[in-house]
Design a protein around this ligand. Structure first.
Ligand code: URA
Length: 209
């Protein structure tokens, strides 16, 4: 599984376990997702290009490094992707945000696009696509197919949870796109849910169960 980064930091794993529990409230699920997204952003931005700027400390002038946050676009696959945005933006507040609306056809489990809004200068930007669950891979593949039409500099995919089927499908379609996840679970069931998983991420974030 080259190009797959499992973020096994104890804080990430601990929070993920709390989120999986079926008795986690909407409030705590959302708060944990927020904290987890923030922690995962450290790993995802590890190789981000930096620039030198001149600053003044109370004692002298120095050249110091900063991330060029304006070059990043976080792209949320609606609606569950929005649950990841807040945590990411809290550490990279200068990033732009794009949205892709895809719904999963319940019979075929394929992705159908209903919304697409990106910044205008995509060829100058690095994209981080976010969706908590990489399950069949259909939404992620469709989103990345569409994003590649805008010719961004690079694309990464970030999820909370995935499964071997989802990883294989996304890597087959987009081998150039690294996957960042907190866990690779056992399997996908016949309804497209990850097992043991955490249920429907969108419903758990927004309390719509
Ligand atoms: N989407 C979810 O929200 N949960 C799954 O287990 C699979 C897809």
């Amino acid at each position: 599984m080259s190009n797959v980064h499992v973020i096994d930091h104890p804080l990430v794993q601990h929070k993920l376990t709390l989120m999986r529990r079926k008795d986690a409230s909407t409030n705590s699920f959302r708060r944990l997702l927020n904290e987890l997204s923030l922690l995962m952003t450290y790993e995802v931005t590890r190789d981000m290009p930096m620039q030198d700027i001149e600053i003044e400390t109370p004692l002298e002038t120095m050249t110091a490094k900063v991330i060029d946050g304006k070059k990043l676009v976080f792209v949320s696959i609606l609606r569950a992707g929005n649950g990841i945005l807040e945590g990411m933006l809290s550490v990279v507040p200068g990033a732009r945000v794009g949205h892709i609306g895809l719904y999963r056809d319940p019979k075929t489990l394929t992705a159908v696009e209903y919304y697409f809004k990106m910044p205008s200068d995509m060829p100058e930007r690095d994209v981080v696509v976010v969706d908590p669950m990489l399950a069949t891979g259909n939404s992620a593949i469709a989103a990345i197919d569409r994003l590649k039409e805008t010719r961004p500099k690079s694309i990464k995919f970030v999820c909370l949870l995935t499964c071997p089927e989802g990883v294989a499908a996304l890597q087959r379609a987009h081998p150039d796109v690294p996957i960042y996840t907190a866990a690779i679970d056992r399997e996908l069931n016949s309804h497209g849910y990850i097992l043991p998983g955490l249920g429907d991420a969108g419903d758990r974030i927004f309390g719509t169960q």
